[in-house]
Each structure stands twice: as structure tokens, then as C-alpha cells.
Design a protein around this ligand. Structure first.
Ligand code: AMP
Ligand code: ZN
Ligand code: FE
Ligand code: FE
Length: 287
């Protein structure tokens, strides 16, 4: 049974649980600590932290940034952010504005394919959340243009889809720099998604470490036992912190459970303890 989950999403990005519901679910699942790491936003953090106080759960304020990478997907998680970070907030506002432009281009492409959809419908569904492709996918489902979310991505809005538009992202350097500016601990999320051989990953990690990377997400819902042990070995070899999380999104990813992932996660509080010791050594503040 996991004691911690250091990678989760709420309605502030594309999860289906509000920050409060997420923290409550964490407490009910028996977690001691949970990090909220919404995509490209920190807007859910104040609510999550106050829910943490209410439900007696340690909440680590974080976020997950998608960054430019020539292949696969590189995501970088920052942990122990301020709940309302100023300079990161401004950088994220910029990205969000770029996102709106991108969403509009996706909708335009869908419309030109003869699909009856407009941005207002997507905004209504998303509410306060940062609008992204999952919201567009849900509207396409509601309208029965596709049978399910996967089909929406495969046919229309995924990289091979007819209405695909790439997202503007920070470089890894920039992302690490702005997270560090906020005194965050910087973790490479789900390294399997870089689609690198072990040797290539080692080189990439050394590069990232030289610009401030602190750790890597070794334990993750989609990692098989062999990947997990490879990533663990790399962390030990390079002196990187070991992180772990489910990437819980609520019912948009129904096979991934908070703290449990696909049943493959057993995350001990000790991982978090090691991170805190490391932060203390660096003279950084801990929530
Ligand atoms: P966006 O930030 O708007 O590009 O959307 C990215 C999100 O879309 C990811 O976090 C995933 O949750 C979701 N996503 C990407 N590809 C797929 C897929 N094939 N099926 C379901 N969800 C996906
Ligand atoms: Zn997501
Ligand atoms: Fe991710
Ligand atoms: Fe995630």
C-alpha cells in the first residue's frame, strides 16, 4: 500500500477531481502525502494545500511542464513550489495564451473537416480548467463524432490525427531554470516516454543534471518491472533523487488509481523523506 503519490492531476488541468476531492481521495486511500502536479498550471495549489490541512494529508505543491524534445515526450515535474508563484505564474500565463491560439487552430481544422464543434462548447465543458486536447476529445465524444477518447486522439487530435496542431513548449533548460527560480525540486517525469535506450537516457540525464535536474520518476503506472529497475539503477549511479507517482487523472484515465497506478505502485514515505533531507541540505524551504 503506497504512502505517497507524487504525480497527480486535478480539474485545474485535465483531471476530473477537484483539488479538494483529490486530497480527500488521497486520505481515504491511506496516503500520507500527495503532490498535485497539474499540467502547466499552479492554479489548483492553494485549494489543494488547504484541503491538505483539512484532511490531515501532507500536500506538496507542484506542477508538470511539457517541454520540447526531438522525440517521444519529455515532461518535467517541479515539487515544493510556492502555492502562488509569481514568475512561474507569468511564464505559465504566456503558455496558456499560446494554448488558446492552438486550441482555436484545432477547432478550425475540425470544422474544416465538416465537424460541428466550436470553442465555446469546449470552454463550457472545461470550466475553470486549462483547456487542452482531452477537453476537445470529450466534446467529440459527447457529439458522437467518435466512440471514445482514444478514437478522438487517433483520428483527429493526436500526432497522427487530421486536426493535429503541436503545442508551444519551453525548452528543458528554460523549464528547469524557471522551476529552480521558484526553489522547486526538479524531477524528470515518466522517463519511458523519452523512448531512449538506457545509454542514451544516461547521457540525457547527465546533461539535464548539469542544468539542475534533481531526480527522476522511477516508479510510475506505465513502467514495467524491467524499466523500473533500469531507472532505479540510473538514479543510484548518477546520484539522482528517486520519485514515484501514479499520474492519476480521475475518470479520464479509469485504469489508473491514486497511489496504486495500475496496481504496480508501492511508494514508501522514505522516498519523500530523502527528498526533504536533500532540500534541507540545499537550505530550501519545506512545506
Ligand atoms: P494537450 O496538453 O492539450 O496537448 O493534451 C495533453 C493530454 O492529452 C495528455 O496529458 C493526456 O492526458 C492526453 N492524451 C494525449 N494522448 C492521448 C491519447 N492517445 N488518449 C487519451 N488521452 C491522451
Ligand atoms: Zn494530463
Ligand atoms: Fe506527463
Ligand atoms: Fe501527468
Amino acid at each position: 500500500m503506497s504512502e505517497i503519490d507524487l504525480h497527480t492531476h486535478s480539474t485545474a488541468s485535465d483531471g476530473t477531481y477537484s483539488p479538494t476531492e483529490l486530497v480527500k481521495a488521497g486520505q481515504e486511500t491511506g496516503l500520507k502525502a500527495l503532490a498535485l502536479t497539474d499540467h502547466d498550471t499552479t492554479k489548483g495549489l492553494p485549494e489543494a494545500v488547504s484541503a491538505g490541512h483539512k484532511f490531515g494529508l501532507e500536500v506538496i505543491p507542484g506542477c508538470e511542464l511539457s517541454v520540447e524534445y526531438p522525440q517521444g515526450q519529455m515532461h518535467i515535474v517541479g515539487l515544493w513550489l510556492p502555492t502562488s508563484p509569481k514568475s512561474l505564474g507569468q511564464e505559465l500565463d504566456y503558455l496558456r495564451n499560446r494554448r488558446h491560439a492552438r486550441n482555436e487552430r484545432i477547432i478550425d481544422k475540425l470544422t474544416s473537416l465538416g465537424i460541428d464543434i466550436n470553442y465555446e462548447q469546449v470552454k463550457n465543458l472545461a470550466g475553470e480548467a486549462t483547456i487542452g486536447r482531452p477537453h476537445i476529445a470529450r466534446v467529440l465524444c459527447q457529439k458522437k463524432v467518435v466512440r471514445n477518447i482514444q478514437e478522438a486522439f487517433d483520428q483527429f487530435i493526436g500526432p497522427q490525427g487530421q486536426a493535429y496542431v503541436p503545442k508551444e513548449k519551453f525548452t528543458p533548460q528554460k523549464a528547469i531554470q524557471i522551476l529552480k527560480q521558484e526553489k522547486a525540486t526538479v524531477i524528470l517525469a515518466h522517463p519511458y516516454s523519452l523512448e531512449l535506450q538506457t545509454n542514451q537516457l544516461r547521457l540525457e540525464l547527465i546533461k539535464l543534471q548539469s542544468i539542475g535536474l534533481d531526480g527522476m520518476e522511477v516508479f510510475y503506472s506505465e513502467h514495467d518491472p524491467k524499466q523500473t529497475s533500469t531507472y532505479l539503477g540510473l538514479c543510484q549511479e548518477l546520484g539522482l533523487l528517486i520519485s514515484g507517482g501514479s499520474d492519476f487523472h480521475g475518470r479520464v484515465k479509469p485504469n489508473i488509481f491514486l497511489g496504486k497506478g495500475k496496481g504496480n505502485l508501492d511508494l514508501k514515505y522514505e522516498l519523500l523523506e530523502k527528498m526533504k533531507d536533500y532540500r534541507t541540505e540545499q537550505g530550501l524551504w519545506i512545506t
